[in-house]
Design a protein around this ligand. Structure first.
Ligand SMILES: [Zn+2]
Length: 293
């Protein structure tokens, strides 16, 4: 062993990492920085242009929904400061699901600020039994680790955080422990209902993936369809994305730039419309990607 050899090994590992098309999610983080902004009422956006992080000022401490991508924690903390808050005041962190791109700041915030972490019970079990399904290994950073939550969320739970009351449902599909959240948001004399669906991606519904994890008949796709149906008729005025594409965030910000007000975030049709789009897209995906024989 020599210092020079160690450095060469490091460069080779790095070159190998960059060959993976997924590596751009870790190497290009600051390129996705977005100025944080207040969306509506006490809900602020502190995520980047790819993966959402929402901050809610509960009146008795801050609550975060998701913690950004692994490797993006410094940027997340910067965004929280930039939004006018102190990251040390984040009392609660609710994780949409247990994948690598949503849990970035979790360990840091718990260790540093004592933030209490919440996650769907099935994803807490996934961490214990099949940590590989978190994809934390894709970050290629040996310092990243998945941590068990302090509180496991179950279907139908109702929890209060400061003056915010949240209703939770499990919506398995993208992972088994994806959660859906509903709560009221008030701005002036207008109260709207926010709705959040914690994971839409079909990457975990691919035939190869499901076969490898022991579901060769791809039953998880049916589970996903059931989950969409389960919450589709919830009344939602204010649809919060899990990734920015879900609620067309870029288009809405463009409208705001051109003079629109905060009501661009309010659309009582958007939730059911998007869930229906996902249902149709999944049915098409199922035709194109049949289960293994
Ligand atoms: Zn995911």
């Amino acid at each position: 062993m020599s210092i020079k050899k160690n450095y060469q090994d490091f460069c080779e590992r790095r070159a190998e990492f960059e060959k993976n098309p997924l590596s751009k999610y870790w190497t290009g983080q600051t390129g996705r920085y977005m100025e944080p902004f207040r969306m509506f009422g006490n809900v602020y956006y502190v995520g980047d242009s790819w993966v959402c992080v929402h901050l809610i000022d509960t009146g008795d401490g801050l609550l975060l929904i998701d913690a950004g991508n692994c490797g993006g924690t410094a940027m997340l903390l910067h965004s929280i400061w930039k939004a006018g808050f102190d990251p040390a005041d984040v009392k609660w962190l609710i994780l949409s699901h247990g994948h690598v791109d949503h849990i970035g700041g979790a360990k840091f915030m718990r260790d540093m600020f004592g933030t209490k972490i919440y996650m769907g019970a099935p994803d807490a079990a996934m961490y214990r039994e099949h940590p590989e399904k978190s994809f934390v290994q894709d970050s290629s950073d040996l310092m990243d680790e998945i941590i068990p939550p302090d509180v496991e969320i179950h279907d139908g739970d109702e929890l209060s955080f400061g003056n915010v009351n949240m209703k939770f449902y499990l919506v398995p599909g993208h992972t088994e422990g994806c959660i859906s959240i509903f709560f009221d948001v008030t701005e002036g004399d207008r109260t709207v209902r926010a709705g959040y669906y914690g994971g839409f991606g079909f990457n975990t519904l691919a035939t190869d993936y499901l076969t490898e994890i022991g579901d060769p008949q791809c039953h998880m796709r049916e589970t996903y369809l059931e989950s969409l149906k389960k919450v589709r008729d919830e009344h939602v005025d204010f649809f919060l994305g899990n990734h920015c594409v879900n609620n067309h965030m870029a288009e809405k910000l463009e409208k705001i730039k051109n003079g629109a007000d905060r009501s661009v975030w309010i659309d009582p049709e958007e939730w059911s419309r998007y869930l229906d789009e996902k249902r149709d897209a999944l049915l098409a995906f199922m035709k194109e990607n049949p289960a293994a024989k």
